[in-house]
Design a binder for this molecule. Structure first.
Ligand code: SF4
Length: 939
């Protein structure tokens, strides 16, 4: 630290320090030694010298760029700011980005690997070594592989925060063991997109849109919300109109030109009514539809005796959707007819510049929620706005995942704990049903990793997860890999501290806008130390305590599973530069940047840097559009060599080789098309028909399990929306960020004034909300910002810990008693709310918030959608004033009822186990961590 006289402010470069230097983003050429005045020294002007090293945020999937300011005097990270050179976030982060510094310095942080001392869940923890952890798991996994129990090794992840790495690890081990959080998150939306176009996420070009329709809250909290929010505002500033369909007046809805507070689950009816208006009023893109929709296949199969013309297809559509009049949609949704008509017309006028997005929201709440995404994409199809400037592209046209060296062949194993026969079309793993499947004896887990995943707190029926995790026959060995304490880590055998956004390597790309980019997350202290000549072998040597990173952990573990290479695993973890030697993590990324990112080596050469050094210096790279175009990619023409040995179907132009689709012929030209069976956009899905759901072969409306007809408000019945996010928190991961909890520390139940009067509650009163399997007690917030008949409670709060001094961070959690009190009944009661505590951080003694929110997910049974597999989150609840014995935060659960509800929903499935082709799942459909085609066949 240099204190200089007030009259003398000279930067190390010799320049006079000016206000300009203090006000703007540091230019990269000065990142090696950036000088700022120390704010705490004011009014003296004291210079502090920083090394700025870019990385990317780890607090949500948006992968925004950040710059870590490392104080050269202390060698510690001082703060994080946005990286203006990152193509997605462009220097702007949400509150959770800079709050990363809280997570680095959290006094409650887990700094060393821990091993349980007593029984699982007893809370007795002992420090252990990484060596002991690696040897224990290597022995267990090696035995499972040698004994061909390859479905007993499972890696279960929340938000992964990387692209491609684990696919390679699990592929190298030859297991089918990837499990995710997706069916509590996005399975339904993904399914709705996939069934149309073979790709499962939307990527709107908001900045160039004329009309934007969101069925979510993307200006404040949705997927990739910060990068997308910037572009939505850009679009609005250029004149775009914004409509938001949300029963809750979210911050996003409050910024919209149209707030459409639909009754949850009725969104599909509204969207299909808009479809009908576009058809009736001739506002659809005829040329696009004629070329790219599989209408010929539809007519030939379903209407073979009728004219096989496009005009007739349109008249069939008009018949098919005749019931979806504005008045029908208005009745279902509660919207005004005129509003529905107005918005449909504006969508039609916007044409190819219509941008639309849905992700969780309605799709995640309702039985049949996948039809919401399907109906929304229908509007994009009708307007021809797919992959156009101002339109909506499939994610795969914008996201870029670089290939690593030496990729393993897909595994030959099919794990029915993940993809059971009841759910052949499930978009991702049937994660929420794992406890039930293990209880039913469908299998067991020899080695189970939960990684940044907290099912006890996040999933429905969390007590089923506690029962599973404490059963050593069902789960023999469990490690929680986590940057922060969680309710699930409490029940693990090992708690393994993993790095946050400035303490780990990952490469990430997201479909934030119409471009392709990659971001490089890096352990900034390691990079800083290495630049200063300090050799670092493992990242935990540079991080706080012994906090490690997964990448190196998996390399070490794989090496120990197969020390002599005889299992064929070790070769994937050998250096591509030093044959036979163990892979260094730097070499893994060096190879990718040198070989797999178009344009990067050239861009690096221009700066006289190697590709790895370029990424270490700048932290991200946008792939030049001439190397990776982003619009109308379906029209990539096939070369004559691609057409060798192919046949063209005269009816619909499908080009196949040995029965497998390779492209589509339109107007005499051969195109790549979409990755669907017809290579076109599938208005008509033969897959739905052939796999047990013929009534859903075309987009249609499914009554939600919480349809408004099922509610009797006079009996106290309401629809609970438990899914909405807060912009400042992120599930489990933000529990150690004090600034974020200072901003958001309560999750009251939103109740409309009309309903509050009927129920007999006012703001601040306690209410009891009773679900199918139990109840919780929370405070009420009476507000006009919610539709009457609906109540809502954010799921981001209500963290708990079971002991005073350890477990979930004290910034965020209440001390509770949680116990199974008798046969199948669990109760939770808060013993103490959030309290100040003594620590190295003086702020911990200044905590002023006391209640910290109420947990609700324990009281929800599983509701797996029989098609998409998505947990349908919305609940029918009874709302009443709290009983005299109730207290804030009380939770009561009857697990016997939870099991009955599971069985009721399981009975709604249509297993396809007797198929003549023996397939477990359509071969064309996406399956994460896709095994070999042979594994798709039943033996
Ligand atoms: S939007 Fe997500 S990635 Fe971006 S700063 Fe916020 S939490 Fe981090």
């Amino acid at each position: 630290m240099t204190e200089i006289p007030l009259e003398q402010h000279i930067a190390p470069s010799g320049e006079q320090m000016t206000v300009r230097d203090l006000a703007s983003c540091p230019p990269p050429e000065r990142w090696h030694d950036w000088v700022e005045y120390d704010a705490k020294a004011w009014p003296r002007k004291v210079e502090r010298h920083y090394a700025i090293i870019p990385t990317i945020c780890f607090n949500c999937e948006a992968a925004c760029g950040m710059m870590a300011y490392i104080d050269k005097e202390t060698g510690l990270v001082k703060k994080f700011e946005g990286n203006p050179y990152h193509p997605g976030s462009r220097g702007r982060n949400c509150a959770k980005g800079p709050a990363t510094i809280n997570q680095v310095n959290d006094p409650e942080r887990i700094l060393y690997p821990l091993k349980r001392g007593g029984k699982r869940g007893e809370g007795k923890w002992e420090r252990t070594t990484w060596d002991e952890v690696l040897d224990t798991f290597a022995t267990k996994i090696r035995a499972a592989i040698i004994e061909d129990r390859r479905d007993e090794v499972m890696y279960h992840v929340g938000r992964p925060g990387h692209d491609g790495y684990m696919e390679r690890v699990l592929g190298a081990w030859g297991v089918d063991g990837h499990n995710s959080h997706t069916n509590v998150c996005s399975s339904s939306a993904r399914f709705g997109y996939q069934i149309w176009c073979g790709m499962d996420r939307p990527s709107p070009d908001h900045a160039n849109a004329r009309f934007i329709l969101l069925i979510s809250s993307h200006l404040e909290t949705g997927h990739y919300f910060n990068p997308q929010a910037q572009r939505i505002i850009e679009g609005k500033m250029k004149g775009a109109k914004l409509a938001v369909m949300d029963p809750r007046l979210s911050n996003t809805a409050s910024m919209a030109d149209y707030w459409l507070p639909t009754w949850p689950g009725s969104e599909t009816a509204v969207l299909l009514a808009m479809v009908r208006i576009l058809l009736v009023e001739n506002l659809y893109n005829r040329d696009y539809m004629q070329r790219w929709v599989n209408w010929q296949e539809f007519l030939a199969t379903e209407h073979p005796t009728e004219p096989q013309t496009f005009d007739h297809f349109i008249s069939v559509l008009l018949d098919l959707y005749a019931q979806f009049t504005p008045s029908f949609a208005a009745r279902e949704s509660g919207l005004e007819e005129e509003t529905i008509i107005d918005i449909a017309r504006q969508i039609g006028y916007a044409g190819t510049a219509f941008a639309a997005h849905t992700w969780r929201a309605a799709t995640a709440g309702n039985l049949g929620g996948w039809q919401v995404a399907r109906a929304l994409w229908f509007l994009s199809v009708l307007t021809g706005s797919i992959g156009t400037p101002g339109g909506t592209a499939p994610n795969a046209w914008n996201k870029f995942v670089p290939a690593p060296f030496l990729k393993p062949s897909p595994s030959e194993v099919w794990n029915e704990l993940l993809f059971p026969p009841e759910y052949p079309l499930a978009n991702y793993e049937m994660s929420i049903l794992l406890p039930y499947f293990l209880k039913e004896g469908r299998g067991k887990l020899a080695a189970y990793f939960t990684r940044v995943y907290n099912p006890v707190w996040t999933n429905p029926d969390g007590t089923a997860w506690i029962e599973m995790l404490t059963n050593e026959q069902q789960v023999e060995l469990h490690a929680a890999l986590t940057p922060v304490w969680s309710e699930t880590a409490w029940y693990a055998d090992y708690v393994l501290p993993m790095g946050i956004g400035s303490e780990r390597h990952d490469v990430m790309s997201q479909e934030t806008h119409a471009a392709r980019w990659i971001g490089f997350r890096q352990p900034v202290l390691r990079v800083y130390k290495e630049r200063n000549g300090e050799p670092i072998e493992y990242t935990y040597q540079a991080n706080p305590g012994e906090v490690w990173e997964e990448d190196e952990f998996w390399i070490e573990l794989s090496w120990r599973i197969d020390p002599d290479g005889s299992l064929g695993i070790r070769k994937y973890f050998e250096s591509p530069y030093r044959p036979g030697q163990k892979l260094a993590i730097e070499e893994y990324y060096r190879w990718i940047f040198e070989n797999s990112v178009p344009g990067l080596p050239e861009a690096a050469a221009q700066k006289q840097l190697a590709p790895l050094e370029y990424m270490r210096t700048y932290g991200s790279f946008e792939i030049p559009v001439d190397k990776a175009p982003v619009f109308t990619l379906k029209e990539r023409e096939l070369k004559s060599v691609d057409l060798e040995g192919t046949q063209i179907d005269k009816l619909n132009g499908k080009i196949t080789r040995n029965g497998a689709p390779v492209g589509v012929s339109i107007d005499g030209k051969a195109f790549e098309g979409f990755p669907t069976p017809s290579r076109k956009l599938e208005f008509y899905s033969t897959t739905m028909k052939e796999w047990g759901w013929p009534e859903y072969a075309v987009p249609s409306y499914i009554h939600s399990h919480v349809h408004r007809d099922t509610m009797n408000h006079d009996m106290g019945e309401y629809l609970l929306i438990p899914t909405f996010r807060l912009p400042t928190l992120i599930h489990t991961r933000s529990g150690n960020a004090k600034w974020l909890y200072e901003i958001s520390n309560a999750n009251p139940v939103w109740v409309h004034p009309v309903d509050a009067e009927r129920i007999g509650v006012q703001t601040g009163d306690l209410a009891r909300l009773t679900t199918e399997i139990g109840y919780f007690v929370n405070r009420v917030w009476v507000t006009d910002g919610i539709r009457p008949g609906i109540v809502a409670c954010s799921h981001h709060l209500g963290r708990w810990r079971l002991e005073t001094g350890q477990g979930t961070d004290r910034w965020a959690s209440a001390l509770v008693e949680l116990a199974k009190v008798n046969n199948g009944i669990w109760r939770m009661r808060q013993l103490d709310g959030i309290q100040p505590f003594a620590s190295d951080d003086p702020d911990s003694a200044r905590i002023f918030w006391r209640e910290g929110g109420v947990h609700q997910n324990l009281t929800f049974p599983v509701h797996p959608d029989p098609v998409s597999g998505m947990h349908c989150w919305h609940q029918k609840v009874t709302v009443e004033p709290a009983h005299h014995e109730d207290a804030y935060g009380d939770v009561y659960v009857d697990t016997r009822k939870a099991h009955m509800v599971y069985q009721q929903w399981l009975a709604m499935t249509r297993p396809q186990t007797q198929r003549p082709d023996g397939l477990r799942r359509p071969l064309w459909m996406i399956r994460p961590y896709r095994p070999a085609a042979s594994a798709f066949k039943r033996e």
